[in-house]
Design a protein around this ligand. Structure first.
Ligand code: ADP
Length: 457
């Protein structure tokens, strides 16, 4: 059987099995087709040799008729497969179900004509259930299993209660120690065992192929991600010093010019400084975002989280006061000591508080809370500002993303603060969540471990 992998460029339809495509299903159907030729040939051979050749008292006509029906059905499947290309996975799956139900009914009729419960070939039901488990998903596999159980139980009790005729298998029962019966039992036992081993090996090969494919995809993605980071790092490095030089040059010109500068010239220079400060911020943010391997053992230190949050908030009180914003600080009691990278935590707190102030409404309130949750510590930054649309809440952690409302509120902003926050929080072993209602404000909750350690990749 061919072991087709889903084409990685082909979207996977979650309504169907994720391991099969229409073409791979058709390949399997063709394989069952071959198995069925073999099964029909087996029925004819055994019946003709035992019943006609050796004149054993078996249901020759009934068995040959059932074998003939199997042959006819298989010919129909075969012709259909040749005539129509496999395009729709749902149609192929329906066809597999029809074939499987047909096979189970045929097997039950064959067993009924050849001893029923006396016949060791009843193991063949197991093979059908295994095939079903290869092709279908949970509920459908059980449907096939229950159909097999129902058919054979009905056959056995049908015979028991004389609703169905019993065709004694001449080599069974009193002949349990005779070679033909032993060989027949062993034969079906071998068949089932080998089939199980074959199917197991096939599944494993298939899984390994999928795993290999995933590993290849993952390494390609990782290489692309590294290339992107390297590019950012290169650009940051290259533009850092020209931007700094330009900013200090314009600032110096402003200082030197002093009062002698014409108001229009001063205005132009001041706007240039403001834009250059923005560019410096972008460069700084990009540097933070692309910096790797900060979480090293030697960078870890004991940090009083209450103190760190207080100092970071205090540094932004002037900015808040300019818009009449009040910042409320609620610290943990007793204080919490973290083993962490101080400047990473500072960056996280500073960015969140800064955003809360910038996206607040005029004279709004920002609350910053530190909560001790036992093994972890939680920082909750809440504001009463513009808020974030629900469909944008997942996007604001993407590089350069700025919500429509934020862009309308201010054109200052890089869209790099939250990606940095998320990167640092994750490196420190923490999590970040956002909750917001447009026009009512936003709540950012960061949870950090008391002790950060370098994670194995
Ligand atoms: P910046 O603030 O520089 O645009 P950030 O990465 O810090 O970049 O934030 C990304 C976006 O997330 C912002 O542009 C804004 O749309 C949204 N955002 C972040 N914090 C808040 C907040 N407290 N209230 C409303 N929107 C916010």
């Amino acid at each position: 059987m061919r072991c087709d992998l889903q084409n990685p460029n082909e979207p996977i339809d979650p309504g169907t099995s994720q391991f099969v495509s229409a073409a791979s299903l058709r390949a399997r159907l063709d394989w069952f087709n071959k198995l069925r030729w073999g099964a029909a040939a087996g029925v004819f051979a055994v019946v003709l040799i035992a019943g006609v050749g050796l004149k054993a008292p078996i249901e020759v006509r009934g068995l040959l008729l059932t074998g003939g029906v199997l042959l006819l059905l298989n010919t129909a499947y075969f012709l259909r497969s040749r005539r129509f290309k496999a395009v729709d996975i749902a149609i192929e799956l329906r066809l597999v179900k029809v074939q499987m139900v047909g096979d189970l009914v045929t097997l039950t009729v064959l067993l009924n004509l050849s001893g029923g419960v006396e016949n060791p070939l009843l193991f063949l039901y197991v093979i059908h259930v295994i095939i079903a488990s290869l092709l279908f998903k949970g509920r459908e596999i059980f449907q096939i299993a229950w159909l097999a159980i129902f058919l054979f139980t009905a056959e056995v009790f049908g015979e028991y209660f004389n609703l169905l005729p019993h065709h004694h298998l001449p080599i069974a029962g009193e002949m349990a120690h005779e070679l033909p019966f032993i060989l027949m039992t062993l034969g079906s036992f071998w068949l089932v065992i080998l089939f199980c081993a074959f199917v197991g090996a096939l599944i494993m090969r298939h899984n390994r192929a999928i795993k290999d494919e995933l590993v290849v995809h993952q390494s390609v993605l990782m290489a692309e991600d590294r290339a992107k980071t390297d590019f950012f790092r290169f650009v940051t490095h290259e533009i850092k010093s020209p931007v700094n030089t330009a900013q200090s040059g314009v600032e110096t010109a402003l200082d030197l010019g002093g009062e002698s500068l014409a108001p229009s010239v001063r205005d132009v220079l001041e706007r240039a400084v403001s834009r250059l400060k923005q560019a410096t911020k972008i460069v700084q943010d990009l540097a933070d975002l692309t910096r790797g391997g900060v979480l090293k053992e030697e960078n870890l230190s004991q940090v009083d989280f209450n103190d760190l949050v207080t100092a970071t908030v205090d540094a932004q009180r002037d900015l808040a006061a300019r818009s009449g914003i009040e910042i409320r600080l609620l610290l943990a009691n007793p204080p919490i000591m973290l083993t962490t990278v101080r400047n990473m935590v500072e960056t996280v707190v500073a960015n969140l508080v800064n955003n809360a102030i910038r996206y607040s409404r005029e004279a709004g309130r920002v609350s910053v809370r530190v909560v001790d949750t036992g093994k972890r510590v939680r920082l909750i930054v809440e504001d009463e500002g513009i808020g974030i649309e629900e469909n944008e809440q997942g996007l604001i952690f993407d590089e350069f993303y700025r919500s429509t409302a934020a862009r309308e509120a201010s054109n200052l902003g890089t869209g790099l603060g939250l990606p940095i926050v998320r990167k640092f929080v994750e490196e420190l072993g923490g999590t970040i969540e956002v909750d917001s209602r447009v026009g009512h404000g936003a709540v950012f909750t960061v949870t950090l471990p008391r002790k950060s350690r370098k994670r194995r990749r």
